[in-house]
Design a protein around this ligand. Structure first.
Ligand SMILES: [Zn+2]
Ligand SMILES: [Zn+2]
Length: 267
């Protein structure tokens, strides 16, 4: 997408350690830079991928890491793992705790275990003074309940790959969190989510690829990569009838404020 070359975009949610991205991380980062993506946050899902996210961030300018244990792996969030995450959290380019949260699409791991892992990592975010990246799938009410329990305790963050309605989004904003959207907004039959984007003020919105998953149209079904985050910005500009440059500028400013990222010229 040549037209995004001169923009300053941020992919706030990538999994650079997952195949096929893991086979050519440097290539994926270079292609992103050529497509106007100046910064990428690569996200851990367990201890091992959190360690590799932190290592990647230390190797590449413009790459930052989130560390955490995904609800699918909630059983791994024991006290030893939490101690090791706390150690990683002190590294300079580790900018968030995540992804953490609740995924009730399947009944496994048990809900109570997921909730326990989510809460112990919210405590970790509080102790380390880092924002959180939340995964909420089919668990809207329970996710809001857990976050409400931490209200007023100075924890900020984002509900990534947001899938709720506008009423839920408004509650999320009241709690001081952003929502983030993926290539799903470029798919047909996602009118409800498109409406949420139309109604969400730009200052509450982040963008992400969630690569290697969820490639935007016209790449749907193929492996995704950070270079394609511009397609999501473009769809937001179409839905909100706003210039692409404004969408890029505002969503990047949001991401920089939330994750305390440096300006690209200083990194
Ligand atoms: Zn997720
Ligand atoms: Zn993810």
């Amino acid at each position: 997408m040549d037209q995004t070359r001169d923009l300053d975009l941020i992919d706030t949610h990538a999994h650079l350690d997952m195949a096929p991205l893991s086979d050519d991380q440097q290539g994926a980062i270079l292609r992103a830079q050529e497509a106007g993506v100046s910064q990428i946050i690569t996200i851990g899902t367990d201890l091992e991928s959190s360690e590799s996210a932190a290592a990647l961030a230390s190797r590449f300018a413009g790459v930052f890491a989130a560390i955490g244990i995904h609800p699918h792996d909630a059983a791994l969030a024991d006290s030893v793992a939490l101690k090791r995450l706390e150690g990683l959290a002190s590294l300079q380019k580790v900018v968030a705790i995540g992804e953490i949260g609740l995924d009730f699409a399947k009944e496994y791991p048990p809900k109570s275990l997921q909730k326990e892992a989510f809460i112990s990592q919210l405590d970790l975010a509080k102790r380390t003074n880092l924002p959180i990246v939340i995964h909420d799938r089919s668990a809207h009410e329970e996710t809001l309940d857990v976050l409400a329990g931490f209200e007023g305790q100075g924890i900020g963050g984002v509900l990534h790959c947001f899938s709720g309605d506008i009423a839920m989004a408004e509650r999320v904003f009241e709690l001081g969190f952003f929502i983030s959207v993926t290539g799903i907004i470029t798919f047909p039959k996602t009118d409800a989510l498109k409406d949420v984007v139309r109604q969400t003020p730009l200052q509450n919105l982040l963008i992400e690829t969630d690569c290697p998953f969820l490639s935007p149209a016209p790449f749907r079904g193929r492996p995704n990569e950070p270079a394609r985050v511009g397609y999501i910005a473009r769809e937001i500009s179409r839905l909100k009838n706003m210039p692409l440059e404004e969408v890029a500028r505002c969503t990047s400013a949001n991401a920089r404020r939330l994750f305390r990222l440096p300006h690209p010229q200083d990194q």
